[in-house]
Design a protein around this ligand. Sequence first.
Ligand SMILES: [Fe+2]
Length: 453
Amino acid sequence: MATNTYLEGNFAPVAEEATVTDLEVIGSLPPELTGRFLRTGPNPFSVDPNAYHWFVGDGMVHGVELNGGVANWYRNRWVRSPEASAHLGEEPIAVAAGGLFRGNGNTNVLAHAGRILAFEEMSCPYVLDRDLGTIEQTEFGGSLPVGTFAHPKIDTATNEMHILGYAWTDSLLRYNVIDANGAITHQSTVEMGASVMVHDMGMTERFILVMDLPVIFDLDLVSKGRRLPYRWDDSYNARIGLMPRAGQTPGPEGDVIWIDVDPCYVFHPVNAYDDGDNVVFDVVRYNSMFKFDSDGPGDGPSRLERWVLSPSTRSCEVTVIDDTSQEFPRINEQLTAARHRYAWSPQATIDLLGTSDELRGNALLKHDMQLGTRSELSLGAGRIGGEFVFVPADGASSEDDGWLLGYVADLSTQTSELLVVDAQSMREQARVKIPRRIPAGFHGNWVADSALR
Ligand SMILES: [Fe+2]
């Protein structure tokens, strides 16, 4: 019988949707956390183990609602893509005209312009209600023929959302800006070197940072039945593009300043910011991707690096911040596009999130870029953590004054916790006990009541 890593351990999907109330809380939940922690991930209905890849499984959102120090509920809901509605025997919801695919919202979930949006690459986002029901798919009142990717950057001063889109059908990268009311206000395109996988981006006050890296679309892989038809290309010219943000006038260098970098792959930058003429870009870097492990992302380990990009000399100076393998870095996102001091990331590579090896995936790291130091919180043997999201405290007095929220799964008991960590001290603040296993997933965010309309 065929096996597939991405159907085993904590990658294995759960069979049912659940609503659990009266959740036990250990420790004390900060009473000011009034809203819900949401995280999405793949949870396939049924798959061929020979063709399944984790990146494409049907999206399921897991949420815990908090209010005044109490945990109201845990819910898990499939995003109602047309396929999900059909599997569940429900009437399909309204889908957008755009998107290369219908998508399934399995990659990121966040609030923007008063709505909860669930994203998957090459599709349009689904709009969810506060109980995780799917309302509709949106094109932001405009046209998104290939949809968007799943890692928008939100300017916290203007609430504008900057987001890219790409498709394996061509080598154009689409740049879109969605305003604070949820309407498209800018669309432009950039020609990439080939049809490359563009999972995320950087943003500074001046630039959008475009990652043109050597993971390319390969039609042969489609004919072989591979659902993620991308591979490493040793001969590809790896480069970062500094594209003026919408509203910024291009300099004499032209529309995009391209800077060659050593071949590598980056799923997730930490943050980017302007530093005088230079641009600082902190990233989780892999030496390659989909090269040694064609089903990826087993081309580990990763490491945390600082890239200083010079638009004038078109050079990139690299410093290793931490050579520990890690993924899913987050910052205090009030500092998106500005100088950050701290970053938090789980000590795990994506391919290890489903295993319960006590040496793997069991620590949450805090990086202090100013002092060059690292502290950590052990999650405990056999406990698997994923992305942790920073939520600032009310009236925060420093960049790290707030909490980290993330799910931790325990395979031995098939249960999970929403773990709340004091981001300053890296000590546990509270555990919300969830009597269900939450499978390994991708990205999430805190959605305060005040962020919804
Ligand atoms: Fe991602």
